[in-house]
Design a protein around this ligand. Structure first.
Ligand code: GDP
Ligand code: ZN
Length: 408
């Protein structure tokens, strides 16, 4: 997590003290000499290839409220990267073509690494109650990943229209014992949507995450009716929804709320620190208290006298996740110093990630098949997205992640 974003409260641009917002509010009197004010402040709402879309804090001349800005991957000598959610100062604005260049980025209050979203203050885990059936272990993995970001975590369970009230009540009770009060909603019938919209309309940036096919696109469409996002049919072959989200974008909800959708991934990486794992389970967080466990370096595996104990419903899930985190840690420690290189005839060559190799074989195999709903190329892209096979993700486990990034 980075430094707190200062709230100057004086209407000045966050990146440039003294640059008054009022200076930008020329929208009130648009005239022919509109290209005179060349700077503006706003929020990055989308990244598009080498450009970013900036929603302005105050409309510019002619009521212009968004600018397409040159996005330099790194801002000059500072090494500053631009992310969705960043508050930025734009210079060299051409109000007629609605273009500009990002000159500075304000300090961030938080930063998620994947998806890269700055200043997020809420992570919303979205899972379906049915179709596909809610899997407690998968739900736990998503919740742990969300809790590891350190921001507020909300849980939304979709497709509530498909279950009887008694079953919904049982889920509520079960999840209350996990320390969560879920929002049970249906995009189909609209049940629960309005209270959730009001909740998410509070000022700030909320990031939606969850597996594909759970109804995230349908939920976003219900929450932000102007959106008309493509809703994927549940795929016949994979028995889950097809990915419809391919990049991060912020959508306005209410007066101050912004929602970011993330590409669906089905198996998020577990947070890497075994010692910190138990603290990500809200139902037992309190047991540790200020002093922690009475045993030093305790991993809370049911030893007599351990303050965490084993008398809680998710204890078996905790043990299972702990084993995985420990195995992950052991694997990382036994990895050679330069895992990306292999020796061949005395030379070092880049090693192809085995998952990439599998993917390309799969692509080859399916290349001859019929181009149905899951065409070969689509399936490859879908799986790559599931596994977050971007170069930065290689060698970091097969799942997606929602990792907090190190501070700027
Ligand atoms: P995504 O992959 O998470 O974005 O999921 P989609 O929004 O594309 O939805 C996947 C499938 O679930 C589609 O067939 C939707 O029509 C269906 N679906 C989504 N929300 C609901 C809901 O609240 N109730 C029911 N019965 N079906 C839903
Ligand atoms: Zn303990």
């Amino acid at each position: 997590m980075g430094a707190e974003a200062p709230d100057r409260g004086d209407g000045s641009c966050p990146t440039t003290p003294g640059l008054a917002r009022a200076q930008l509010a020329l929208g009130a009197s648009p005239g022919p000499s509109i290209a005179t004010d060349l700077s503006a402040c706003g929020l990055v709402v989308a990244l598009e290839a080498n450009f970013c879309r900036v929603a302005l804090e105050s409309p510019g001349p002619g009521g212009v409220d968004q600018l397409l800005c040159v996005r330099r991957t790194r801002l000059g000598k500072t090494g500053q990267q631009i992310c969705v959610g960043d508050r930025v100062q734009v210079e060299g604005v051409d109000w007629i073509s609605r273009r500009g260049a990002v000159a500075a980025v304000a300090p961030r209050s938080s930063l998620l690494a994947r998806p890269a979203v700055a200043n997020c203050n809420r992570v919303v885990v979205v899972m379906a109650l049915v179709q596909p059936d809610l899997d407690p272990i998968q739900l736990t993995r998503f919740l742990l990943t969300a809790e590891a970001t350190g921001v507020q975590v909300d849980l939304v369970l979709t497709k509530a229209d498909l279950l009887a009230p008694q079953v919904l009540l049982e889920w509520r009770q079960r999840l209350a014992a996990w320390g969560y009060e879920p929002w049970l909603v249906s995009a189909q019938t609209g049940v629960g949507i309005e209270p959730l919209r009001q909740h998410l309309a509070a000022p700030g940036i909320a990031v939606l995450c969850g597996p594909s096919g759970v109804g995230k696109s349908s939920l976003l469409n219900a929450l932000v009716p102007d959106l008309a996002l493509r809703v994927g049919a549940v795929s016949g072959r994979l028995q889950r929804g097809r990915h419809t989200t391919r990049h991060v974008e912020l959508f306005a909800i209410g007066a101050g709320g912004l929602l970011a959708d993330t590409p669906g991934f089905n198996r998020p990486d577990l947070p890497p620190d075994p010692g910190a794992l138990v603290g990500l389970f809200p139902e037992v967080r309190g047991r540790l208290g200020a002093g922690g466990c009475r045993f030093t370096n305790c991993l809370h595996q049911g030893d007599p006298g351990c303050v965490v104990g084993s008398d809680w419903p998710r204890y078996p899930h905790y043990l299972q996740c702990l084993q995985q985190v420990l195995a992950q840690e052991a694997a990382a420690q036994s990895r050679p110093a330069e895992p990306g290189l292999k020796q061949r005839g005395g030379r070092s060559e880049p090693r192809l990630d085995p998952r990439l190799r599998q993917l390309s074989r799969k692509r080859q195999r399916q290349g001859d098949g019929p181009q149905g709903e899951d065409s070969a190329a689509d399936l490859g892209a879908e799986e790559a997205e599931d596994r977050h096979l971007d170069p930065g993700a290689l060698g970091s486990g097969a799942g997606g992640s929602l990792n907090p990034a190190p501070g700027p």
